[in-house]
Write a protein that binds this ligand. Structure first.
Ligand code: ADP
Length: 443
């Protein structure tokens, strides 16, 4: 931009100086034909011509009319020189204008004599005297012409000087502009080269990132597949052992079997969450949208999670579930949302407390709220708990069987339903998670 500004300013300056040079150059032409020197020498020569005519007349070789013509020409020249632009210029050159007035007076004095020339002997003598009378003005007229000539020359020199100055200024300006243009071209070329290089680097990085992403997705799906199958069979085996169907398990083994089953459940949740998170990031999560009764669905979810909550000595209460609220969504995925919110509420509740679930409508939205009376979420953490793998207190969250993925999955699923999930919390008093979803007719 700097170079560009210099260029614009430079061009404007060149244009202005060229314009003023043009105006001055235009003034030079007419100056030569109408300049003051042309008039002063004109008067001088016409005076000479009149004198020559008078002398010629006195000797008998020139007609009286010819004398009168020269007299009129001189008269008109002298009166012209005393008026307008010519007079102004002469005053500017310090010319003594009184000299022309004297000439004019002499012309006026001689007028009647010149008009009455009549080829008589007396007339011839008068003509001679007049010729001699006009002689007295020669020196002054000559010196005026010289003064004007000198002034014109110094004027011309001054103009030449300023023209030269302007020409050099233009040369410097052209050099600056040329330099700026070259600089601009260099900057442009370098910028293009850098952009191409940067583009290539970014392209290579993008390819690497895409390849890494594909590899990661493949890895996650392979791991999921490879883990899920053995996990299902371990879970089934443990459940069989625990059920006592293949024989009574000694009490000291049961404790170990319980630990094994609990960890197996954690691992199953982790694998499921990982798979879902991967699907959400790669955009391959599938939704089966349909109209369904959200009120009923939530009551079912509460029932399903009652036994899970009991393990933490917590009860889930349906507090004001408005009946018959219908939405358009994926029943299974919204069940996953409720499962995450309810399990979190139970996990982070104080033992012996209750989790309250509400469902109501506001405007054209269904609003679900899950309230616990647990430890609460610190204010600076509230905006981060929806990030992947973010846990407020890592060790206690892990202890309670968390992956840090649950709320990020909740957020993604809710947003895919054009909904919103928010949290309100008070430290030491508990938290409420709100999920609002569009009602069926506006979905
Ligand atoms: P996790 O699997 O660890 O529960 P989530 O993504 O579901 O992962 O939750 C992220 C973190 O948010 C939790 O580890 C916990 O620290 C915090 N959190 C979520 N729900 C609650 C809640 N009801 N009360 C207190 N903290 C909560």
């Amino acid at each position: 931009w700097g170079v560009f500004s210099i260029l614009i300013v430079g061009l404007a300056a060149v244009a202005v100086s060229l314009m003023s040079m043009k105006v001055r150059m235009e003034g030079i032409g007419p100056e030569s034909a109408t300049g003051p020197i042309w008039f002063t020498t004109g008067v001088e020569f016409d005076m000479l011509r009149l004198q020559t005519a008078l002398m010629g007349y006195s000797l008998g070789g020139v007609e009286a009319d010819s004398v009168r013509t020269h007299f009129d020409i001189l008269w008109s020249r002298v009166s012209h020189i005393q008026r307008g632009a010519v007079a102004e210029k002469l005053i500017e050159y310090d010319v003594d204008m009184a000299k022309y007035e004297q000439v004019m007076t002499a012309l006026k004095d001689a007028e009647s004599q010149v008009l009455s020339l009549d080829a008589t002997a007396a007339d011839r003598e008068t003509a001679e005297q007049l010729a001699l009378m006009f002689d007295q003005f020669h020196t002054d007229l000559r010196s005026i012409s010289l003064t004007v000539l000198q002034q014109s020359i110094s004027d011309a020199n001054e103009m030449r000087g300023s023209l030269l100055g302007m020409a050099s200024a233009q040369i410097y300006l052209s050099m600056v502009i040329g330099g700026a243009v070259i600089l601009l071209i260099i900057v442009f070329i370098l910028d293009s080269v850098w952009s191409v290089r940067e583009f290539k680097e970014k392209d290579a990085l993008l390819h690497k990132a895409q390849a890494a992403d594909i590899a990661k997705s493949q890895f996650v799906s392979v791991v999921n597949h490879e883990l899920r199958t053995p996990l299902t069979s371990i879970k089934a085996s443990l459940a069989l052992l625990n059920s006592g169907a293949i024989g009574q398990v000694p009490e000291k083994f049961r404790r170990l079997l319980d630990i094994a089953e609990r960890n197996c459940n954690h691992l199953t949740t982790l694998v499921k969450d990982l798979l879902d998170a991967e699907k959400l990031t790669s955009g391959t999560m599938k939704y089966d949208f349909e109209a369904f009764d959200l009120s009923k669905a939530i009551e079912e979810d509460i029932d399903d999670y009652q036994s899970y909550a009991k393990a933490f000595d917590v009860e889930i209460l349906a507090k004001g579930i408005e009946p018959g609220i219908k939405i358009h969504g994926d029943r299974g995925r919204l069940g996953q949302v409720m499962s995450n919110l309810l399990s979190n509420a139970a996990k982070f509740s104080v033992s012996g407390s209750a989790v309250e679930v509400r469902l109501t409508t506001r405007d054209d939205r269904a609003v679900i709220s899950v309230t616990d009376s647990g430890r609460g979420i610190p204010e600076n953490e509230r905006s981060h708990i929806f990030d992947r793998f973010h846990q407020v207190d890592t060790s206690s969250a892990r202890e309670r069987g968390g992956t840090g993925l649950g709320l990020s999955i909740v957020k993604a699923i809710v947003e895919a339903h054009k909904g919103e999930v928010t949290v309100e919390s008070e430290m030491g008093k508990g938290s409420t998670f709100y999920v609002n979803l569009p009602l069926e007719r506006s979905a």
